[in-house]
Design a protein around this ligand. Structure first.
Ligand SMILES: [Zn+2]
Length: 207
């Protein structure tokens, strides 16, 4: 099964000028068309590759490529080519890839704005992803008193950052009863200084 490759679509010239055929001598039987080639995956156009102008006689069906046309037709074909745009659908894949990157960037920017807000105005139940001693765990705000935040620590730690999602879902209630406290200044240093004694804050989440 062919899942990717190139396809060609014939585009009719927007130019209505006709030419006499040098092959069969028919009058005004020759017009331009353009072969737009694009790369596809599963027949979905990803990006255009090329656009080649050809002339065709409607009477004898002779096809000429640009290098076979007489100089005047060759020049007309080039200007007709600039007026015949590649359909926007041939850029579909590029558009999707761009959209994907825009969404990724948007989500990174939004996360960073959110975290700045969560740091400035902490709330009970805010969840902090922490790295300490080469392991990752979760801290959850249990209480806030002035400039001091009291956290409950998750009872488990994981070796990989992605393992935190497991702690969040499967073991979401496994927090210590005791709390540890940090001042807001300590929290800020944990966010910005990767060698902080208290651990490093990777991200902050709020439901
Ligand atoms: Zn002809």
């Amino acid at each position: 099964m062919i899942i990717f490759g190139t396809k060609t679509k014939i585009l009719k010239s927007k130019d209505s000028t006709t030419y006499d055929c040098e092959n069969c001598n028919s009058k005004g039987s020759v017009t331009f068309s353009f072969m737009a080639r694009y790369f596809h995956i599963f027949w979905i156009p990803i990006f255009p590759i090329s656009k080649k102008g050809i002339s065709q006689c409607s009477h004898c069906k002779q096809v000429l490529y640009a290098n076979e046309m007489n100089p005047r037709m060759k020049q007309d074909c080039a200007s007709a080519s600039t007026n015949t745009k590649i359909p926007i659908t041939h850029y579909f894949g590029l558009f999707i890839i761009e959209l994907f990157f825009c969404l990724v960037i948007f989500s990174i920017v939004k996360n960073s704005i959110d975290e700045t807000k969560f740091l400035a105005t902490p709330q009970v139940d805010d969840l902090y992803k922490i790295e300490k001693n080469d392991a990752y765990t979760l801290y959850k705000i249990a209480e806030i008193k002035g400039d001091t935040l009291f956290f409950k620590m998750h009872s488990m730690a994981v070796r990989k950052y992605t393992g935190l999602n497991n702690l969040k879902k499967k073991y979401k209630n496994d927090y210590s009863d005791e709390t540890i406290k940090f001042t807001k200044d300590q929290i800020k240093s944990m966010k910005s200084d990767s060698k902080s004694d208290f651990g490093k804050i990777y991200s902050i989440e709020r439901d």
